[in-house]
Every structure is written in C-alpha cells, then in structure tokens.
Design a protein around this ligand. Structure first.
Ligand code: PLP
Length: 371
C-alpha cells in the first residue's frame, strides 16, 4: 500500500483526463496558453482571491513573493522549524536570514507565542530587521492565521502563506491560499491538488504585486517578451499541466470530502492509542498527510514495512539542524517541540481512494506496537 496512491485517481478520471491532455497537445500552445488563464480564473474563484498567477513550482512561487517584497540581505524572515526545506531555503537563497520558530505539538504549525519570542530575540540581539513570516499549512491544515495576522501587523511584517500542502483547507468559510498578503501552492503530484509534473501558483488581492508576479515569471518582462524591465525567472506552467489541473479541480471537492472521511475513520480507530491530529472545530484540513505521533514510532514503521504498507517520517530533521543552515545556526534559539516531533511523527497512507478495509489493516498493524 502506497502513502498516496495516485494511480487510483488516474484510473477514476482516465477518460476525462486523457481527452483533456490530448486536446492540450493538439492545441499546440505548450507554454502558457489559454488553459493556463482558464485554470487561473477557476482557482481565483475556488480560493476567493482576486489574482492567481500560475508558475513552474511551489519553490519558485515562494521566491517570487520574496522578490516582490524586495526581501534580502539584513532581513529576518520567520519560518517554522518543522517544515519542508523549501520554505526556509528560499529565504537564504535571496540573501535574507531565516529565523526558525517552534511549532505547536497538536497541529504541527507555527506557534504564535514562540513567534513573539523569536521576534523579540531578533529585535534585541541581532542587527536584522523583522521583515516577513512564512506560515506553512503543514500536512493540509491551515496555520493559525487568526493569531499570526495581528502579530505581523503590529511588527509591520508581511505574511506569506506557504500553502504548498494546504490547498483545500479552510478556517470557517475562508479558504486556504487566501490568508497571506501573498499565498502560494504547489502542484507537485503528491500534493492535495497535484499535476503530472511540477507546477505552482501564487494568490494575492494586490493588483500591483500581481502585475509584478506576471512579469517575474517571464524573465521580468515589460510590455512584451523582449522588453525586460527587471530580473526574473523562467517559471511558467505548461499548458498540458494546466489542462490536467482543470480536470482535477472539477473533482476536487468530492476528493476533499473523501479524504475527510478517511481521516475521520483513522481518528475513530486510533483515538487514545497514539497521538492523532488535532483540528480546532472551525478548521478544515485537506489532509496532504495523516500524521500520528508515538514514542514507538520506529517499531510501528518497521511493522508497517513488513506488512507492505508505506509510511514516511515527515520530517526527520528540523531546519535548525540542516547542514545548509550551519552558518546561521548561532542566530537560532531552541525549538524543542520541533525537535521532539522529529523523533515521534509518522505519516501513514492517505488519499481519497483508500478503502475502509485498507484503513482497518493499517490501524491493526499500528495497534500491535502502540503503547
Ligand atoms: C512541496 C513543498 C514546497 C515546494 O513545492 P515544489 O512545487 O515542490 O517546489 C514548499 N513548501 C512546502 C511546505 C512543501 O511541502
């Protein structure tokens, strides 16, 4: 059993998908093309923001947001210590300094209280200027924007929502990828809304930033392709991938319902046996991962492996401990929850097409080891 079985989704959507892919190839506008503009329109409506700018991948999307805000040398950008490397990598790549913030043990997302402490540390003990917070919607669950936003406003910092895993989540009726001043998502195949290659998108209500992002994704273009007004990237979404995403988006709400059913069943069977994901009542997750915590993590993973069930440790190492950040380690303060999570977390098979029988099998193997 795979962690996320993408083949079942393809089998289900095959007739519609094959037709859309062949039509996109036949149309011949391989780079950008009308499929991309159509997808952007559909995504703005789904998320509820004014502008969607598709691009090459989620990492480029993060970079372009930092470029729009002119973030670079001397700037401190606060990033959760427990996330995928890209969230912090882009900060350092643009010459700014990532400052790692601890996460909440219950929902794996950035801890607003620790954010305040890390801001105070930067203000009192470094020459850096607090410039932005990258809040990650880890495993599909939106970060605590209700508490994060006022902190960012009070300190005059931008919020960048890293919704690479978060597309489809919500707080109340407000959809993920609409929370930050700019939000991003990734269409990497295993993400909640994935294509058949690399892809990404940015979301914002700011007209000026949207125009800049459209320029940045095409070598900083001005009025046309050969008028270049700033340095940019080559970061566009292919027409074929946009066509794939249009099909998947049409089925997305059904899949969202299905993954929430799967998560609910896991939770019913695992409650009280291992630590299960916690969602406040108003919060919806898109369940990019279903991640449990147990002191018996390694034994559980071993049993799952023996039973032919894939599981993954997301994440085995905190940002503070990544070799790439060794030169800025002296600027970091402890993140004890993140450290502990690297020892206890385990992500188990998840997705809209998992059957109840499969869930029961996974759970029975876990319970053999859980204390
Ligand atoms: C996947 C991911 C990214 C990067 O997205 P790509 O499309 O792979 O570049 C960034 N942040 C988080 C939290 C991710 O999970």
């Amino acid at each position: 059993m795979q962690l996320r079985d993408l083949h079942r989704q393809y089998e289900t959507l095959k007739p519609e998908m094959d037709e859309a892919i062949l039509a996109a190839i036949a149309a011949g506008t391989h780079i950008m093309g009308p499929q991309v503009a159509e997808l952007e329109q559909a995504l703005t409506e789904y998320v509820g923001v004014k502008h969607c700018i598709a691009c090459g991948n989620g990492t480029d999307a993060l970079r372009m947001a930092l470029m729009v805000w002119g973030i670079g040398s001397g700037d401190a950008v606060f990033v959760p210590d427990f996330t995928f490397f890209a969230s912090a990598e882009v900060v350092a790549l643009h010459g700014a300094t990532p400052i790692f913030v601890d996460v909440c043990s219950e929902d794996y997302n950035i801890d607003p209280d620790d954010l305040l402490e890390k801001i105070a540390y930067v203000e009192n003990h470094t020459d850096l200027r607090p410039a932005a917070v990258i809040a990650v919607d880890l495993f599909g669950q939106p970060a605590d924007y209700i508490d994060i936003e006022p902190i960012c406003r009070a300190h005059n910092m931008f919020i960048l929502e890293d919704g690479a895993q978060g597309f489809g989540g919500a707080i109340g009726a407000t959809k993920a990828c609409s929370f930050g001043d700019i939000a991003i998502t990734s269409f990497f195949p295993a993400k909640p809304l994935g294509c058949y290659g690399d892809g990404g998108a940015l979301f914002t209500n700011n007209d000026e930033w949207a125009a800049m992002l459209r320029s940045l994704r095409m070598h900083g273009k001005g009025t046309d392709k050969y008028d270049n007004v700033r340095y940019g990237l080559n970061s566009r979404l292919d027409a074929v991938q946009a066509a794939v995403l249009q099909v998947k988006l049409r089925h997305f709400d059904d899949e969202l319902k299905a993954v929430n059913h799967v998560a609910g069943y896991y939770t019913d069977l695992l409650r009280g046996k291992v630590t299960i994901p916690f969602l406040p009542p108003a919060v919806t997750s898109s369940w990019a991962q279903y991640t449990i915590q147990s002191t018996e993590r390694d034994a559980i993973q071993q049993s799952l492996r023996e039973a032919g069930i894939q599981s993954m440790v997301y994440y085995p190492r905190t940002m503070s401990r990544q070799t790439a950040f060794s030169s800025i380690r002296h600027l970091q303060q402890p993140c004890t929850v993140a450290e502990r999570l690297t020892q206890t977390v385990l992500s188990i098979p998840m997705g809209p097409y998992i059957t109840e029988k499969e869930i029961e099998t996974v759970v029975s193997v876990i319970l053999r080891n859980a204390k």
